[in-house]
Design a protein around this ligand. Structure first.
Ligand code: AHM
Ligand code: MG
Length: 332
């Protein structure tokens, strides 16, 4: 049995100039994940279900557990002293760590502390998503938004924790994707899925079809394509939509499929956040042999302009994303 801690240290030795700071950062995320996991598991028993009464900067209602997960992860990250600051789906502005506006950490972290949190009250799987960059501003000066507004291909590491029938931490540092299952009896994440790759075939498509009438024509045509019968391409595909990006992506990663959240009449730029959701999921997808696009362009090449920017997201097996992109291109 290999633990996540052992695995991270083993990988650090492959980089002769490594200082151990990324190791410390990943270990902070591991600690935050354990705390969030503990509280999600007893959520029905203590008074932390439901809405907090607050809204985030995008006007979306915050759940009590959104705020709780944000604070837990923020505290774990600040304590290690290797992170200069964070940006979070649950924070209006970037957060600078440390008394002296801590200019010393060399990393910044972007996160969605509890993705899919509207599912929590009904005991459906949710997740935490994280994305790590080197800061651009020199160490010793205050961090700025510039440190966070970097294209996804510059991510140093990214991953998610899925709080499902078991809890798993899945991450990449740009050398493949590895997944660790939490053993609550000993409080340790253990390597369970080494070098995860999308299967070569798959037949699942995940999209909220309730919004069908509001979708772009290319997406409507792709959905019809998914539903048509064709033995050669194993169609009709199977529709699976949990409404929790981490859970939908995780299933499609292991079983083979595509997840789509396109632009809609309500969300002309899509619903998902580029920096907290699309970029980290896109890096994982590419590292697992898959693809992520906004319908026409690679997600990891988008130049972000603001912290809470949204983007349409098409992510999953490369062949399926290519097909969806083809329908998009033909329908312009
Ligand atoms: P959240 O970050 O506020 O939880 O929103 C993101 C979630 C995704 O996990 C999920 O795929 C999507 O929103 C579901 O949205 P919808 O209910 O519109 O289908
Ligand atoms: Mg989210």
């Amino acid at each position: 049995m290999k633990t996540l801690g052992e695995f991270i240290i083993e990988k650090q030795h492959q980089f002769p100039h490594a200082t151990g700071e990324l190791t410390a950062l990943l270990s902070a995320i591991k600690l935050g994940a354990k705390i969030i996991n503990r509280d999600i598991n007893k959520a029905g028993l203590i008074d932390i279900l439901g809405e907090s009464g607050q809204s985030n900067i995008q006007g979306e209602k915050q759940m009590k557990l959104d705020a709780f997960a944000n604070e837990a992860l923020k505290a774990a990250l600040e304590a290690r002293g290797v992170v200069a600051g964070i940006a979070s789906e649950e924070e209006d502005h970037l957060v600078i760590f440390g008394k002296d506006k801590a200019t010393h950490g060399k990393y910044v972290v972007l996160m969605d502390p509890l993705d899919g949190s509207s599912n929590i009250d009904v005991n459906v799987s949710v997740g935490t998503i994280f994305s790590i960059y080197h800061r651009i501003t020199p160490i010793g000066t205050p961090i700025t938004e510039e440190d966070f507004l970097q294209s996804g291909h510059k991510q140093v590491a990214a991953g998610y924790i899925i709080y499902g029938s078991s809890t798993m931490l899945v991450y990449t540092t740009g050398c493949g994707v590895n997944a660790f299952t939490y053993d609550p009896s000993i409080g340790v994440f253990c390597l369970s899925h080494e070098n995860v790759q999308f299967p070569s075939t798959g037949n699942m498509y995940s999209i909220n079809e309730g919004y069908y009438s509001k979708f772009p024509l290319g997406v409507k045509k792709y959905i019809k394509y998914c539903q048509e019968e064709d033995d050669a391409t194993n169609r009709p595909y199977t529709s699976r939509y949990i409404g929790s990006l981490v859970s939908d992506f995780h299933r499609n990663l292991l079983k083979g499929g595509i997840y789509i959240y396109p632009s809609t009449a309500q969300y002309p730029m899509g619903k998902l956040r580029l920096l907290y959701e699309a970029n980290p999921i896109a890096l994982l997808a590419e590292q697992a042999g898959g693809k992520a696009s906004n319908g026409t362009k690679r997600i990891l090449d988008i130049e972000p302009r603001k912290l809470h920017e949204r983007t349409p997201l098409f992510v999953g097996m490369e062949s399926m994303v290519n097909d969806a992109e083809k329908f998009m291109a033909e329908s312009i």
